[in-house]
Design a protein around this ligand. Structure first.
Ligand code: NAP
Length: 312
């Protein structure tokens, strides 16, 4: 089979095209493009291959699935295929992305607790450490350590990679909020909340962290280890009432931390994280409703809240 690889402007990307056997898969084509690209720059996860569409058409192009045979995309003529190539730019694995974004808060927070950083901000006096500041340190570090462990040992991601630029964007978000919160909670002028309020906050937050972990286990069990990364209807525990039980418990665990520590920085992070997770939850809810539409033997997605607390 002869495959012509063109850019979105129609320019040939691999001069003279690529000859492949009849049983070749999309993955074989991606490997061939990789081998033939200049300086072997376009490794498979950088490539987005689609079928050509008519100029001016508003249709979304069909994205080639690396596991499928090229024949599946041939329209009548099995000897010839044209694919459109897009360079997705440098990629990193999802594990790398998550590791770096969570490592920042995990490492930066203790610096504000253990080291005399406040003298560089003009506070010369001795710093008295309140019990809430110590518990907050344990709570915070436990949370991000849990997230790193989940990244490596629990989550089964559908996409192998993410653009490298997301590492910088996500790190900027987590590292700056982590430092801002650590700065406020460990500040020499910090005023602790009552002992009672601290206990309620951390107790509630911890319960939500454990629930969040359980939600991630339920999500993991939706995919087989060697599966194709597809989506299933999440069921069990809070998933029976809310599509994104994992985001819901994540928001509440952050609320628990804020009840116990009560800082403007912490509540700002809670507000931003709630907006982000609500948007993602709406998209995930829409996707599941689209996949499980009750047609052609597919089950119908049950009635559920999208995320709590906004009660959507
Ligand atoms: N503080 C913040 O701003 C913030 C923001 C976002 C997330 N978080 C936290 O980070 C955690 C991870 O977030 P995330 O957005 O990367 O992932 P996620 O949506 O929590 O999903 C975790 C894993 O489960 C998979 N999954 C989700 N729904 C599925 C379904 N219906 N069927 C099969 N598999 C499914 C996901 O697959 P895919 O790879 O296909 O997605 C992913 O690998 C969250 O649960 C939350 O605790 C915090």
């Amino acid at each position: 089979m002869k495959v012509t690889v063109v850019s979105r402007s129609g320019k040939e990307v691999i001069k003279g095209g690529i000859d492949l056997g009849d049983s070749a898969t999309v993955a074989d084509l991606q490997e061939a493009i990789h081998r033939r690209s200049k300086a072997r720059k376009f490794y498979p996860s950088r490539q987005r291959l689609t079928l050509p569409i008519q100029p001016g058409s508003k249709e979304r192009p069909v994205v080639l699935n690396f596991k499928k045979s090229l024949k599946d995309y041939c329209d009548g003529n099995l000897d010839y295929l044209t694919v459109v190539f897009k360079d997705l730019g440098s990629q990193v694995s999802y594990r790398t992305l998550f590791f770096w974004e969570y490592l920042g808060p995990l490492v930066l927070y203790p610096i504000f607790y253990y080291f005399p950083v406040y003298q560089y901000f003009g506070y010369k006096g001795e710093r008295i450490i309140h019990p809430v500041q110590t518990y907050a340190l344990y709570y915070w570090c436990f949370h991000y350590f849990k997230r790193i462990l989940e990244t490596f040992f629990v989550h089964r991601f559908s996409h192998a990679t993410s653009p490298l630029s997301n590492v910088f964007r996500n790190c900027a978000y987590y590292w700056s909020f982590g430092s801002y919160i650590a700065y406020c909670v460990n500040h020499p002028l910090y005023t602790p909340v009552s002992y009672h309020q601290m206990k309620i906050g951390f107790g509630f937050g911890l319960l939500c962290q454990i629930s969040n972990f359980y939600c991630h286990i339920l999500l993991r069990n939706l995919r087989k280890p060697d599966g194709n990364g597809g989506y299933q209807i999440p069921r069990g525990f809070l998933f029976n009432i809310v599509t994104c039980a994992n985001y819901t418990t994540e928001i509440y665990q952050l609320l628990g931390f804020n009840i116990a520590t009560q800082t403007v920085a912490g509540y700002s992070f809670l507000a931003v994280a709630t907006i982000i997770m609500t948007n993602w939850a709406l998209a995930k809810h829409r996707r599941l409703k689209k996949i499980f539409d009750g047609k052609d033997g597919r089950p119908k997605y049950p009635r559920r809240w999208v995320i709590l607390p906004p009660f959507l």
